[in-house]
Write a protein that binds this ligand. Structure first.
Ligand code: NI
Length: 168
C-alpha cells in the first residue's frame, strides 16, 4: 500500500487523455488499492487515475457517508444521461475550491471491475455527479472548465501562488 501524489491544477499532465485498460493484472489491482488509500486519506469521494499521473481509464469512488462502499470503475462509459441538476463540486486536484456545476441527474453506466468483469448500472444524484466528474478527468477535463474564464483564471493564479510557496 502506498499513498500516491495528486497532481494539482493547472498541471498540464491533468490534460492527458487516458488510454483504455487492457491488462487486468496484479499491477492494476495494486494501483486500484493505492488509489483507494489515497482517496480515503485525502479525503475525497472520487479519484481518477489521471490525477495520480497514471493515464489509464480507471477511477475509484465512495459516495457513502460511512465511507464503506468502495467502487472501482474501469473503462467506464456513460451510455445514457437524463435530466440535469446543479451541485457544488470540489476536486482533490483543485484543493480548497467549490463551485456549482450542472450535470445530468440520471446516468446509465457500463464499466469493468479490477478483474475485468463488465457490469451495467444506473446512478443518480451525488453518485451520478461523481462518476461524470471523474470520467471527465479521463478526458483531460476538470470541473473548473465549466466555470467562467474569469473564475478559472482566478483559481489558477491562486493555486500557482500556493504551489510556488510550497516549493520556496
Ligand atoms: Ni476531480
Amino acid at each position: 500500500m502506498a499513498l500516491l501524489n495528486i497532481l494539482h491544477f493547472p498541471d498540464p499532465r491533468l490534460r492527458t487523455i487516458a488510454k483504455p485498460v487492457e491488462d487486468f493484472d496484479d499491477n492494476l489491482r495494486q494501483l486500484v488499492s493505492d488509489m483507494f488509500e489515497t482517496m480515503y486519506e485525502a479525503p475525497g469521494i472520487g479519484l481518477a487515475a489521471t490525477q495520480v499521473n497514471q493515464h489509464i481509464r480507471l477511477l475509484v469512488m465512495d459516495v457513502s457517508e460511512a465511507r464503506n462502499q468502495p467502487r472501482c470503475l474501469i473503462n467506464p462509459r456513460i451510455l445514457t444521461a437524463e435530466g440535469d441538476e446543479e451541485m457544488d463540486e470540489g476536486c482533490l486536484s483543485v484543493p480548497g475550491y467549490y463551485e456549482k456545476v450542472r450535470r445530468a441527474e440520471l446516468i446509465r453506466v457500463r464499466s469493468q471491475d479490477e478483474n475485468g468483469e463488465t457490469s451495467e448500472f444506473d446512478a443518480h444524484g451525488l453518485e451520478a455527479v461523481c462518476i461524470q466528474h471523474e470520467a471527465d478527468h479521463l478526458e483531460g477535463k476538470l470541473f473548473v472548465d465549466y466555470l467562467s474564464a474569469l473564475k478559472r483564471n482566478r483559481i489558477r493564479s491562486k493555486l500557482l501562488k500556493t504551489q510556488k510557496q510550497q516549493v520556496d
